[in-house]
Design a binder for this molecule. Structure first.
Ligand SMILES: Cc1cc2nc3c(=O)[nH]c(=O)nc-3n(C[C@H](O)[C@H](O)[C@H](O)COP(=O)(O)OP(=O)(O)OC[C@H]3O[C@@H](n4cnc5c(N)ncnc54)[C@H](O)[C@@H]3O)c2cc1C
Length: 375
């Protein structure tokens, strides 16, 4: 069976869903092919930065996100319990909401705007360019979808990027971490992110809705704890304090790395979100950057559809988004370098640099970098 649509989005993660909402709201005929029968439910992003919130507002889920999220208005950097730096984001706080909740809100919004547009269990196995459009083949080879444009929003491994023959190149920034959600130590303010720059590696803690916190610890993969007890013991060892609550989620270890696709488009197919760029989670930019891409891409696609659905309309989109992605990878690499294990004189130099960055005139720039301004 062949059905023709304006845009076929491959991948129903946060970026594909937001893009589909924007396209549907603008009157385009859009489908989202998502291979998973149900959401993955794996803990990932929490941070929603001001430009990401602007994108969510445009998609119509801003009020719902703001109602559920915990605001982060302040950031504190410590070393061995001593304050190194303090920044405030009062004007535009960062919001904290687990990614699965944001995705659920976007999915519900898409169901309102374009009922049935999200097709779960649709695994895309091939894309083929035709003179006036592009075909998408689903697993089993039985169903084919024809579209004017195809968007690869299919994540870091992006099968569609491979199908298009587009490579992905490593960028600077690579380190191992483990994370879990738990209560705080009792010393953190509810709206404050706390970064402990310890000699053995950084420990970060961020507010979550409901008074809990997301803890992220830099630790080699081979020694990462695999249960709540081990995680609490590692925290106690690094910080000298215990989290009072036992309600830890199962710790999950992850390797932060960075990659940028060689190109962001080929013909009628275009990459967005993690398919185009893998940004280290340290600094919490990846999903937000994908949403900023999606706002740009929705406008680019709307213009191209108005203009008779011309064959390769993505050059300017690619130029703008590549520049932003490069900037985000540099900021993330800096964040990761600051949290590396360090001792002796190098630690003193690092601490002095952090203190200096938190004083005028650098402080304003630091707060802007942490809230993704200029991306
Ligand atoms: C531990 C961790 C913490 C993070 N924290 C933050 C943070 O605080 N802030 C932030 O901005 N970012 C953060 N990120 C990054 C963020 O999670 C990603 O940038 C975001 O999920 C990317 O969204 P996406 O929609 O591009 O891709 P994904 O979320 O990966 O979604 C891709 C979708 O495509 C589907 N798919 C794949 N192949 C096919 C196919 N062939 N056919 C059909 N469907 C397919 C997949 O099933 C998946 O649902 C974090 C990441 C990690 C790992």
């Amino acid at each position: 069976m062949t059905r023709s649509v304006d845009v076929a989005v491959v991948g129903g993660g946060p970026v594909g869903l937001l893009l589909a909402c924007l396209l549907a709201a603008g009157g385009a005929d859009v489908v989202v092919c998502e291979r998973r029968e149900r959401p993955a439910g794996v803990p990932r992003a929490i941070g929603v930065h001001p430009p990401g919130l602007t994108a969510l507002e445009r998609a119509g889920v801003g009020p719902a996100v703001r109602a559920e999220a915990a605001p982060i208005r302040r950031g504190l950097a410590l070393c061995a319990g001593r304050e190194l730096a303090r920044v405030r984001f009062d004007a535009q706080p960062v919001l904290s909401l687990p990614q699965d909740r944001t995705e659920a809100l976007l999915e519900a919004r898409l169901a309102q705007l374009a009922p049935g547009a999200l097709r779960r269990g649709h695994d895309v196995t091939a894309v083929r360019e035709r003179p006036d459009g592009i075909e998408v083949e689903l697993a089993g080879g039985a169903a084919v979808l024809s579209a004017r444009y195809v968007v690869a929003a299919d994540g870091v491994r992006s099968p569609v990027r491979d199908m298009l023959g587009i490579g992905s190149l490593p960028r600077r920034g690579h380190a191992d971490y483990v994370m879990a959600d738990a209560s705080g130590t009792g010393t953190e303010a509810e709206d404050e992110a706390v970064i402990h720059l310890e000699p053995d590696g950084v420990v970060e803690s961020f507010p979550l809705p409901g008074g809990r916190r997301r803890w992220v610890i830099r630790v080699p993969r081979e020694t990462a704890p695999t249960d709540g007890e081990g995680f609490a013991a590692l925290l106690a060892h690094r910080l000298g304090v215990r989290t009072p609550g036992r309600a830890l989620t199962v710790p999950s270890a992850f390797t932060a790395r960075q990659r940028l696709s060689e190109r962001f488009a080929r013909g009628r197919a275009v990459l967005v979100g993690d398919a185009a760029h893998e940004i280290s989670p340290i600094g919490g930019q990846g999903m937000n950057l994908g949403w900023i891409d999606a706002v740009d891409l929705a406008a680019t696609l709307a213009d191209a559809l108005d203009d008779g659905a011309r064959a390769a309309p993505f050059a300017e989109y690619e130029r703008r988004r590549r520049r932003s992605a490069s900037r985000a990878t540099r900021r993330a690499a800096f964040n990761m370098a600051m949290g590396a294990p360090v001792g002796g004189v190098r630690r003193l130099a690092r601490d002095a640099a952090v203190r200096m960055l938190a004083r005028p005139p650098a402080r304003e720039a630091l707060a802007r970098a942490f809230t993704m301004h200029g991306i």
